[in-house]
Design a protein around this ligand. Structure first.
Ligand SMILES: Cc1ncc(COP(=O)(O)O)c(C=O)c1O
Length: 348
């Protein structure tokens, strides 16, 4: 790929890391199967780093980092962090050094995202700790060390979810509305996976700016915040301030549903693995077991129970590399075996 073009969106710099619009596809067979019209917004498709929602945030974050003269990126994350992998891929494209501070001891098996991180040339720092505060402290020490060595490090926010990162999804909401208009589809809602809240906040901001369009229905798959709706509302307000949009966001306006994560962040749930297997069989589209598959599971349940009729948009936020890491790989093999709907079967 050639060096990314720098563009502007609402007065902010944006690096074009992947072609947009990403596809918006009607999922015919899946819609017939569950009895509701489903469209899939394919942010799992893109030019670099196996794509995913983090690329949209990175387009704004990295434009800001380069403007500050950064030559090194630092990000903390879980071993299967998609944010870390997308940051590592973007750093490779831009010729920046990239450091990942990951939880636990040792690098361990190079599977899924962790394998890709290494291919993209990231330096991996196993932190020996599990909790976020300790990971952040380790990243701060690393930042100081690198600065002492004459580097210009830029700390990426957790999950790339700062107000600047969230702006990427306000921009994405505008993109989706244009596509829906072209298709002459009036969608009732968007289902997407939410953890650090940047995706949700950006979409909420985008809807407020456009003053129309589908509601945003976030599925909480991380249980990261004590009050997720409040965090997302204030992230949306701060993101708005960056593009001179002065809106208040009430907590009541943030729709966030829990109950689909499983026991804890990253748990395997039967609902998600079944939804992934079904959608793969009917559409040839693969969601992931930690994020997008759980939002998809929630959507398919609502459709099957008649709680939504559609049109509804499933925002595919990517994350597919985790399918190729244990224990998810094993759970997906089992789900594929259990999927009832073979390719030749009549929908219904
Ligand atoms: C694949 C995928 N989907 C959804 C999300 C949630 O996005 P956000 O952190 O903006 O809430 C993440 C976050 O890591 C992700 O990796």
């Amino acid at each position: 790929m050639v060096s990314p073009t720098e563009r502007e969106w609402r007065g902010l710099r944006r690096l074009e890391l992947t072609p947009t619009p990403t596809p918006l596809d009607r999922a015919e067979r899946l819609s017939d199967h569950v009895g509701a019209e489903i469209w899939i917004k394919r942010d799992d498709v893109g030019a670099i780093g196996v794509a995913g929602n983090k690329i949209r945030k990175l387009e704004f974050l990295l434009a800001a980092a380069l403007a500050e003269g950064a030559d090194t990126l630092i990000i903390v994350g879980a071993r299967q962090s998609n944010a870390a992998r997308a940051t590592a891929a973007s750093a490779a494209l831009l010729g920046l050094e990239c450091h990942l501070v990951v939880d636990g001891d040792g690098v361990g098996a190079a599977e899924g995202n962790l394998l890709l991180d290494q291919l993209f040339g990231a330096v991996i720092h196993p932190s020996g700790v599990q909790d976020w505060a300790a990971l952040e402290r380790r990243a701060r020490d690393l930042e100081e060390e690198l600065a002492r060595d004459g580097r210009h490090p830029f700390r990426m926010p957790v999950g790339c979810s700062s107000p600047m990162g969230a702006v990427g999804f306000a921009c994405a909401y505008e993109e989706l509305l244009q596509q829906l208009d072209e298709e002459q589809v009036v969608a009732e809602s968007i289902y997407h996976a939410s953890t650090s809240g940047g995706t949700h906040a950006g979409l909420v901001l985008g809807r407020k700016m456009m003053q129309r369009g589908p509601r945003i229905h976030g599925i909480d798959v991380g249980d990261l915040y004590e009050d997720a709706a409040e965090t997302i509302a204030s992230l949306a307000r701060e993101a708005g301030a960056l593009i001179a949009v002065d809106h208040e966001f009430s907590v009541e306006a943030v729709e966030i549903e829990s109950g689909h994560m499983g026991r804890c962040y990253g748990s395997i749930t039967e609902q998600a693995t079944a939804a992934i297997a079904l959608t793969a069989r009917l559409e040839g589209v693969v969601a992931d077991p930690v994020y997008s598959g759980k939002a998809l599971g929630a959507l398919l349940e609502d459709a099957t129970r008649g709680r939504i009729k559609g049109p509804v948009v499933f925002w595919h936020t990517g994350g597919t590399p985790a399918c190729f890491a244990m224990p998810y790989q094993e759970a997906l093999v089992a789900a594929a075996g259990a999927a009832e709907s073979g390719p030749g079967e009549q929908p219904g």
